[in-house]
Design a protein around this ligand. Structure first.
Ligand SMILES: [Fe+2]
Ligand SMILES: [Fe+2]
Length: 290
C-alpha cells in the first residue's frame, strides 16, 4: 500500500495555500489501494459464523448509505475547478461505489437478503457533499472501534477482517480528505462569505448530531417492527458485535483506532477533531462500568 509517509515534516501548513491544495490531492491519490470486489475470494464460513453474519441487522442500511454517499461524492467532483482536487473527489466517488459493489458481492455470496436501493440523485452538490462528509466523520469514527471489537472478539473471522480492513482505512482517508477540503473550500471564498459557510456547516453538523441523539435515546427501547432499527447503525452495532462491552470501553477503542489509522498520513494535514473531542469528553465523564 502506498501511503504518504507520516510526519515528513511536522511544520504547519497554511490552510487554503497552494501547498495545502497539492497535499490534499496528492495524499489522496497516492494512498489509493487497488482491489476488485468482483474478484474477491470470499472465505468459507462455518454454519455458526454464517448465522451470526446473517443476523446482523444493518446490511440494508449499509447498502443504502453507500448508495447515497457514492452518488453524492461522484456528483460533487463538479464543484471543483482545480484538476488535482477534482480527481481526488472523483476517486473518492469511485471508492464509495466500490464499497457498494463489495456489499453487493458479500450479501449475494453469503445469501443475505437486501433490496437494491434506487439510484440516489443529489439535489444540491455542495450541501449534500457536506451532509454526507460530516455524516461519515461520525460513522467512520464509530466504525473503527466496532471493527476492532469484531476483530478482537472473533465475531468476524480473520479472513473477513482481511477483506474489510482496506475499506476501514479508505474511510479514514475519506474523512481526513473531507475535513481538509472543507477548510480549503472555505479559504477560497471571499472573506465576507466565510461566516455564512461556517454557519451552514454548523447547521449540517447539528442535524447529524440530532439524528444520532435520537438513535441513542431509542437504544434499549423496544422498536416497532421494521421501524428504523438500523438507522445510524454504527451507534447501535456494538450490541450485536461484542457481548457485554461497556460504552466506556467502546469509546476508548474508537479513540485508539482513530489515532492509529490517522497516524499513517502526513502530519501537516488537519485531523478530524470534533467527533474525537466529543467522544473523549464522554469517555472521561462516565465511569468505566457504563
Ligand atoms: Fe464508504
Ligand atoms: Fe467514505
Amino acid at each position: 500500500m502506498s501511503v504518504v509517509p507520516a510526519s515528513i515534516d511536522s511544520e504547519s501548513l497554511a490552510v487554503g495555500s497552494a501547498e495545502h491544495r497539492r497535499l490534499l490531492g496528492s495524499f489522496f491519490l497516492e494512498s489509493h489501494v487497488e482491489y476488485v470486489p468482483e474478484r474477491m475470494q470470499w472465505p468459507a464460513l462455518a454454519d455458526e459464523e454464517l448465522t451470526r453474519l446473517r443476523n446482523l441487522p444493518f446490511w440494508q442500511e449499509a447498502v443504502s448509505t453507500e448508495n447515497v454517499t457514492s452518488n453524492t461524492v461522484a456528483a460533487a467532483a463538479a464543484l471543483e475547478r482545480d484538476p488535482l482536487v477534482r480527481r481526488a473527489i472523483e476517486l473518492q466517488g469511485f471508492e464509495e461505489m466500490r464499497h457498494a459493489r463489495l456489499l453487493v458481492e458479500l450479501t449475494s455470496h453469503y445469501r443475505i437478503p437486501v433490496a437494491p436501493p434506487p439510484r440516489f440523485a443529489p439535489r444540491s452538490l455542495e450541501n449534500d457533499f457536506l451532509f454526507a462528509g460530516f455524516g461519515e466523520c461520525f460513522d467512520s469514527f464509530f466504525a473503527f472501534g466496532l471493527f476492532a471489537l469484531a476483530r478482537d472478539s472473533g465475531f468476524f473471522p480473520p479472513a473477513l477482517v482481511k477483506v474489510f480492513e482496506p475499506v476501514m482505512q479508505e474511510e479514514a482517508r475519506h474523512i481526513l480528505f473531507f475535513v481538509n477540503w472543507v477548510k480549503y473550500r472555505r479559504a477560497q471564498l471571499p472573506r465576507w462569505r466565510r461566516p455564512a459557510f461556517r454557519l451552514r456547516c454548523a447547521w449540517i453538523i447539528l442535524r447529524q448530531v440530532a439524528s444520532r441523539v435520537k438513535t441513542a435515546r431509542g437504544m434499549g427501547r423496544p422498536q416497532p417492527s421494521g421501524a428504523g432499527t438500523s438507522e445510524n447503525f454504527t451507534l447501535t452495532a456494538h450490541q450485536d458485535l461484542g457481548a457485554g462491552i461497556t460504552l466506556h470501553r467502546l469509546l476508548g477503542l474508537c479513540l485508539a483506532e482513530n489515532e492509529r489509522r490517522m497516524a499513517e498520513y502526513d502530519s501537516r494535514l488537519k485531523r478530524p477533531r470534533l467527533v474525537p473531542a466529543i467522544a473523549r469528553l464522554v469517555f472521561r465523564a462516565i465511569p468505566a462500568s457504563v
